[in-house]
Write a protein that binds this ligand. Sequence first.
Ligand SMILES: *Cc1c(COP(=O)(O)O)cnc(C)c1O
Length: 397
Amino acid sequence: MPGFELFGNAERKEVNDVLDNGVLMRYGFDGMRNGHWKAKELEAVLENTFQVNHVQLVSSGTAAVSVALAAAGVGAGDEVIMPTFTFVASFEAIMMLGAIPVLVDIDDTLALNPEAVKQAITPKTKAIMVVQMCGSMGDMNALQHICNTNNVILIEDACQAIGGTYQGKPLGSIGNLGCFSFDFVKTITCGEGGAIITNTKEYYTNSDHYSDHGHDHIGNDRGAETHPFLGYNFRISELHAAVGLAQVKRLPEFIAIQKRNHTIIRAALSQIPKVTFRTVPEGGEESYAFLNFFLPNMEIARKVIQGFNEGGVDACWNYYDNNWHYIRRWEHLKDLKSLYPISNEVKEGLKYLQTKTFEKSDHYIARNISCLIKLSWTEQEVKERALKMTNIIKSLI
Ligand SMILES: *Cc1c(COP(=O)(O)O)cnc(C)c1O
């Protein structure tokens, strides 16, 4: 991560195909295209990559999560269970549909704690959203089991874990619907973009129509198409899809580089007895986009981050002090600072955030350090970095 580190001729060629014929929109204008349908082509490549029946591209990962929920019929008053450690997009998507985000603890996988999920289920629960943070995953068998027994859908946000697998299945393809982001800092980037993947035809058709104003996409006259239901515009452009197409073909290459770099740093840190690593569920293989490790306590974690900053080790974070990824700093959500009125149902539904504490999540996040694994490092640079990190940690532990 991120894929822009290795932009090159492949990306340039795909973009030039689009600029040469001038059709920047993914639908229509058949005669002008010279056969170029970058969004459709990227959807086909993604179906193959993720071994799923259907892929719908959209304008961002946030749009992907929003459209996935809408496609599954999540709406006013429904409860969606989500983790305390994620990106703000999770609750943004839920609230956009008038549904209620129910935040629950994570565990040492840094994803949803299945026990906490079980306890949060109510008759209003419509979906569980597992977020595969920092290149790894939650206990998918346990979460799937909870969904099956309670008849709720599983939405998988795999925006940070593209290329990871669980028991042989690509992450994103395990839930009823999976979501990806191709924003500028993700492993596969096209600037702004996202995808919904599913094996359920109905969810796909809903996503296809909903992300384009409800268009049924039948025939080749957009003005004459019907609108079976209401929608919005979450379309991706051909320019973005073109960059994504070049990038996604390089996914195996990117994952191999991430794995090499991750392995070197992890091996070095493993030499420090008080450093432990996030749990990867049995049968899981990370995407290696990040290396996550735990220190004995929050004070040491904060000191190590400071040591890294002063010692020139960039791209490492302690998410306890982060504004975007952890419940602790989401005052705008807790205080419902919305530009427009929020329904009484959602207001009532979110009152618990005024008092609820998340000790189990704090226990993991406060001690965790998450380091981005870059694609552009040489092996020598990774080794030097690993040595520097080890020395800094040893001096502070
Ligand atoms: C990046 C990200 C998103 C949102 O993707 P955008 O394309 O930036 O809208 C959603 N969830 C997670 C976990 C992410 O990391």
